[in-house]
Design a binder for this molecule. Structure first.
Ligand SMILES: [Zn+2]
Length: 359
C-alpha cells in the first residue's frame, strides 16, 4: 500500500493514532525495548513494523530528520523487497517477509505446518539480535504470530526482555494478545490496531488505487475494516476466486438437498492440504459462511446497507427469500459450534460435513 499518511509516508491506511505515536517516539529519540502490535489480521501491522524498522535503520538520518532517505543501501534493500512483494503474490498474505532479512533486521514467524513457534526458532532469533551491530545501529527483531509462541519459547524470550539491551528493538505481532504470556505483555508497550472505517477504505481504493466506484464499494465492504484484505482481493485473482467459490457454495446450500451439499463440501477439500494448514483454511471457510448468514439476517432486518457481500447482493437476496429467520439463527449457532469443534481438533472435513447435513 502506498497511502500517504502524515510526514513519514507510512504505508498504512487508517490507524493514524499508531503512526502518530511512533513518530513522536522517533522524534524524541525514545524508541526502546519491546512493542506489541495487536489487532485483527490484515490491518497492516507487519507492513507498519517493517517500515518502522526501515526508518530506524536508514543510514542517512541526521539533525532530527526521520523520513527514510530512500537512497542508502538499507532503504534500497527495503524498497526492492517491497516491490518484489507486490509483483509476486506468494503465500497466504501475498507477502514473503523473509525476503527482508538483513544484518540488523530479523523476522520470524510461525512456519506453515507448525502449531507454534518453538524454542529453536526463538534461540536463533535471540542469538542474532545479540550480535553487536556493525555500525552501532539499531537491531530490530520482528516476531509474527507471537500468540503462537510455545511455552518454552515464551520463557526464553522473557529472559531476553528482562535484560534489555540498548538499541535492540523487538516487535511482537499478534491477532490474539490474550494468548501471549502475560509477563511478556507487561514488559511491552502495546499498540492496538483497530478495524478501519469502510468509508476510509473506499476512499483509499477509489483515490489512491484508482479503482472504479463499484469495485471500491464491493471490496471496501467485503474487507470488513481490513484495508490489506481489500487490496488482496483486488490484486490476487486466485485468492479472490477461492473466496468467491466458498461464498457461492454456501449460498447454494439453501436450495440443495443433503447429498448435493455433501458433494460440494467434498470439492472444497484439496487433497494436498493437511494438518494445521487445513485447520486454518477450514476456519477461514467458516468465517466466510458466517458472513453470509450475517448478510441474510441483515436483509431480514431491512439493513441491506450494512451488507458485507454486496459483490453478490442480488444472489444473496434471491437465495434468502423464503428462508425462515429461525433457520438462519440455527445456522449461525451451528457455525459457532463448528468453530469450537475445530479448536478441539475434530477433523475439518467432518466439521463441514456436519454443517452440510444439519443445515
Ligand atoms: Zn536510507
Amino acid at each position: 500500500m502506498s497511502k500517504q499518511n502524515s510526514k513519514l509516508n507510512w504505508p498504512l491506511v487508517g490507524n493514524a493514532h499508531i503512526t502518530e505515536f511512533i513518530e513522536k517516539l522517533i522524534l524524541k529519540d525514545e524508541v526502546s525495548g519491546t512493542y506489541i502490535f495487536s489487532g485483527p489480521d490484515n490491518l497492516g501491522k507487519t507492513t507498519t513494523a517493517i517500515y518502522f524498522a526501515q526508518i530506524l535503520l536508514c543510514q542517512n538520518k541526521q539533525n532530527g530528520k526521520v523520513l527514510p532517505c530512500g537512497e542508502c543501501s538499507i532503504c534500497r534493500h527495503f524498497s526492492e523487497q517491497r516491490n518484489q512483494e507486490s509483483s509476486v503474490a506468494s503465500g497466504e498474505t501475498g507477502q514473503d517477509e523473509m525476503l527482508y532479512a538483513h544484518g540488523d533486521f530479523h523476522l520470524i514467524k510461525k512456519e506453515k505446518d507448525k502449531k507454534n513457534i518453538g524454542i529453536e526458532q526463538i534461540r536463533d532469533f535471540i542469538r542474532t539480535l545479540n550480535l553487536s551491530s556493525f555500525l552501532d545501529s539499531y537491531k530490530i527483531g520482528i516476531i509474527k504470530h507471537a500468540d503462537s509462541l510455545s511455552n518454552e519459547a515464551s520463557n526464553a524470550l522473557l529472559k531476553t526482555l528482562e535484560e534489555p539491551k540498548e538499541k535492540v528493538i523487538i516487535i511482537l505481532i499478534s491477532a490474539d494478545i490474550g494468548q501471549i504470556h502475560s509477563t511478556i505483555v507487561s514488559r511491552s508497550k502495546v499498540l492496538n490496531f483497530h478495524p478501519v472505517p469502510t468509508e476510509e477504505i473506499y476512499d483509499y481504493l477509489l483515490k489512491d488505487l484508482k479503482k472504479s466506484r463499484s469495485e471500491a464499494k464491493s471490496y471496501s465492504r467485503l474487507a470488513l475494516g481490513r484495508p490489506a484484505l481489500a487490496v488482496k482481493f483486488l490484486e490476487d485473482r486466485e485468492f479472490n476466486q477461492k473466496y468467491q467459490e466458498k461464498m457461492n457454495i454456501f449460498i447454494n446450500f439453501f436450495s440443495q438437498d443433503i447429498n448435493s451439499r455433501l458433494l460440494a463440501v467434498d470439492q472444497l477439500f484439496d487433497k494436498k492440504v493437511a494438518g494445521q494448514e487445513l485447520v486454518k483454511k477450514t476456519k477461514r471457510t467458516l468465517e466466510v459462511w458466517q458472513g453470509i448468514i450475517r448478510d441474510f439476517l441483515l436483509i431480514e432486518c431491512g439493513q441491506d446497507n450494512l451488507m458485507q457481500h454486496v459483490i453478490v447482493e442480488d444472489k444473496i437476496k434471491q437465495a434468502g427469500r423464503g428462508i425462515a429467520a429461525s433457520r438462519l439463527l440455527n445456522c449461525s449457532a451451528l457455525i459457532q459450534r463448528s468453530k469450537i469443534m475445530l479448536e478441539a481438533n475434530v477433523n475439518p472435513k467432518l466439521v463441514l460435513d456436519n454443517i452440510a447435513i444439519n443445515l
